[in-house]
Design a binder for this molecule. Structure first.
Ligand SMILES: NC(=O)c1ccc[n+]([C@@H]2O[C@H](COP(=O)([O-])OP(=O)(O)OC[C@H]3O[C@@H](n4cnc5c(N)ncnc54)[C@H](OP(=O)(O)O)[C@@H]3O)[C@@H](O)[C@H]2O)c1
Length: 243
């Protein structure tokens, strides 16, 4: 199996790539922007798991490069794990549209751009799977991060449609809805321990859900119930919360 990991420098993606290398003997295309970190992680994974690992420079927001990037993969991947993301700064995004646009571009537009290319290939081959990391933040807009939440909500809806479209082609699309994960994205935040997953723990959840053929998966099962509550709070109550 060849697995293409988009945003491979994500701490979660790195742990997931290791899991696929270890359990599936997957060869890896590691695609992200920071070449130095990619090469370091590629060497580490190749050495530890004795699989082929190719580091590739990829920018989710350089849409014009995506077709050539994918065309350059030989052999074509059997699966894609999409993990790039940008949390950004909600306060900054409220005052500066550039920041809001970056949040939308990385989390949503970039994902659509590359996944449409992947989907066309997988549909043609009637083969492949896609695992994409969205977020619980996309399930209800909250004052503290609604621009990131809106981008992830759009991604979740997009993945639902993609799953529907690709089902007749035997191509699976799995949506991952993490709550909190202790990665470099959140290292400046104080996270509640019991609700926070390490990258390795998250990768374990994702990998097991992939093996079970799940469509939508939360990281840490408690998040399913938390989000059910948050989604169902009436607006007149929700508006008064500090979430
Ligand atoms: N951490 C959490 O609490 C949490 C919660 C819910 C959802 N998520 C989502 O889960 C996914 C993985 O998160 P993580 O916490 O593992 O992330 P992370 O360790 O912070 O890594 C995110 C990676 O995204 C890559 N990236 C950012 N902009 C990019 C671009 N334009 N093109 C290509 N790559 C880009 C960066 O790669 P380079 O280093 O190469 O620039 C970065 O290493 C993300 O989609 C995130 O939104 C995270």
């Amino acid at each position: 199996m060849y697995l293409l990991v988009l945003g491979a420098n994500s701490d979660t993606a790195h742990a997931l790539a290791a899991r696929f290398a270890q359990e599936e003997r997957a060869h890896l295309y590691l695609a992200s922007r920071d070449r130095e970190l990619l090469e370091k992680r590629a060497r580490d994974l190749a050495l530890r798991h004795q699989v082929e690992v190719r580091p590739l420079v990829f920018d989710a927001t350089d849409y014009a490069s995506h077709a050539a990037f994918y065309a350059g993969l030989d052999p074509k991947p059997d699966g894609v794990a999409l993990a790039f993301g940008y949390l950004g700064d909600q306060q900054e995004a409220q005052q500066n549209f550039g920041e809001a646009k970056k949040i939308i571009d990385v989390n949503f537009t970039g994902a659509v751009s590359i996944l449409e290319i992947v989907a066309a290939d997988f549909a043609r081959r009637n083969h492949g799977f896609i695992i994409a990391l969205s977020s619980v933040a996309g399930e209800r807009g909250r004052q503290s991060n609604y621009i990131y939440g809106a981008a992830k909500g759009a991604l979740t809806t997009y993945l639902s449609g993609l799953r529907h479209r690709l089902c007749p082609h035997q191509v699976r699309v799995m949506t991952v809805l993490p709550g909190f994960m202790a990665t470099k994205m959140t290292e400046h935040l104080k996270l509640p321990g019991p609700l926070t997953a390490s990258p390795e723990e998250a990768a374990g959840h994702i990998f097991r859900a992939y093996k079970k053929g799940r469509d939508v998966v939360y990281i840490k099962p408690l998040w399913r119930w938390i989000m059910m509550l948050i989604r169902n709070l009436p607006e007149f109550v929700f508006k008064r919360t500090k979430l």
